[in-house]
Write a protein that binds this ligand. Structure first.
Ligand code: PMP
Length: 393
């Protein structure tokens, strides 16, 4: 009897209601979710293997093909955040002992290099300080030297606020029999990217940035070339959950007549993702890119009028979704962020990984991307600059 009696009481916190305050999420993500997407996520659950659910997944696939500008059949959404897509790409494409080349100009390259190292790849890196970018000639040199099977590049480097040029990189990779993997978590929908035309082999994004869905799902797509490599490997990928032979069946991409159970997908997350992709389709990609650029330019001008310095000097290399500013002299960045959160209910962020202490990051993406929000962010900064100057004691 003693063995079956409860000894740990219900925790007091669980007897209090959930508290999730309203915040203006003007950091690098997650961003605020429009009511329409929240409502889609709040619909009654259906089974993950019901025909209606497969229909919704087929719609999501079409929505991702539009957002990525790809006709790749091997297009799906991962059950998990952006990191899940990162690991899925590496685990499926690369076999232990193979060589990969990673462009590091902020935290995302660092992460990918670590994931590749953990799975036993031979990792080579091209490194710049945050805000730096790589020329096609530099990339070509490294490809020729290291002969990697995969090259990783971050399109929207959210830790630095840089949008990396992609034109020509895919062709160069293919010249060296290398696949191109691109991270567009922070840029998709905000800055132009054309998967097929730019010869990107594997592209992934996240749900919680410009797409404005809740965190927890991550669109990804693989080219024919990428499929050829990942479905002709000698070893099985280290992860069962992220094995594309199973996931391609779950998403109805493998040509088999039946989908069989692999894992239970995040049903509500898929409802919300479908709705956010529908909004992007209704808006139109080009309108979305143009809108992000216009609001970003308005915001950049306002920052300069406040005497702040933009971290990325070249306008053409600035990520429209996440703006980075140098920490103004005479201020403690943590104090600025805390003041703005406390008095304006606005989230901005500091640096991340190698950019910590170098900059502040302000994201205006998707639903949050409009001049009224940009003006509110500017007013909050102006107030904080007045109130938070460090005394020169
Ligand atoms: N890549 C980039 C460019 C990102 O901005 C992020 C999220 N900040 C990620 C990858 C990782 O995504 P997640 O946090 O959803 O795993």
């Amino acid at each position: 009897r003693g063995m079956s009696s409860v000894t740990i009481p219900p925790p007091a916190c669980m007897l209090r209601p959930l508290e999730a305050p309203f915040r203006y999420l003007f950091g690098p993500g997650p961003s605020n979710v429009p009511p329409r997407v929240l409502a889609a996520g709040g619909r009654p659950i259906i089974g993950h293997m019901h025909s209606e659910m497969f229909g919704i997944m087929n719609d999501i696939k079409k929505g991702i093909q539009y957002a990525f500008q790809t006709s790749n059949n091997m297009t799906l959404a991962m059950s998990g955040s952006g990191h899940t897509a990162m690991e899925c790409a590496l685990f499926n494409i690369v076999e232990p002992g193979e060589s990969v080349l990673v462009a590091i100009n902020g935290i995302w390259g660092e992460r990918v290099a670590e994931i590749a190292e953990r799975m036993g790849a031979k990792v080579h890196t091209l490194v710049k300080t945050p805000g730096g970018h790589f020329t096609n000639a530099e990339i070509e040199q490294a490809l020729a030297k290291h002969k990697p099977v995969l090259f990783f590049l971050t399109h929207g480097e959210s830790s630095a606020g840089l949008v990396h040029p992609v034109d020509g990189v895919g062709d160069t990779c293919h010249k060296y029999n290398c696949l191109l993997l691109v991270d567009s978590v922070a840029s998709l929908g905000a800055a132009p990217l054309l998967m097929d035309q730019q010869n990107i082999d594997i592209l992934y994004t996240g749900s919680q940035k410009a797409l404005n869905a809740p965190p927890g799902t991550a669109p990804i797509s693989f080219s024919e070339r990428a499929c050829h490599k990942m479905f002709n490997r000698k070893t099985k990928p280290v992860s069962y959950l992220l094995d594309m032979t199973h996931l391609s069946n779950y998403w109805g991409n493998d040509g088999k007549p039946e989908r069989t159970y692999h894992h239970t997908g995040p049903v509500s997350g898929f409802f919300a993702l479908r709705e956010s992709l529908a909004i992007l389709a209704e808006t139109g990609l080009e309108n979305s890119w143009k809108h992000h650029t216009e609001v970003a330019e308005y915001f950049w001008k306002g920052l300069e009028d406040l005497g702040l310095k933009l971290f990325i000097k070249d306008k053409d290399l600035r990520l429209p979704s996440v703006t980075t500013i140098a920490i103004p002299e005479g201020y403690n960045w943590k104090e600025l962020l805390a003041y703005i959160m406390k008095h304006h209910r606005i989230e901005f962020a500091g640096g991340l990984g190698p950019s910590v202490g170098m900059l502040l990051r302000i994201g205006l993406m998707g639903y949050n991307c409009n001049k009224a929000n940009a003006a509110m962010a500017l007013a909050a900064l102006e107030d904080a600059l007045k109130q938070c100057r460090m005394s020169k004691a």
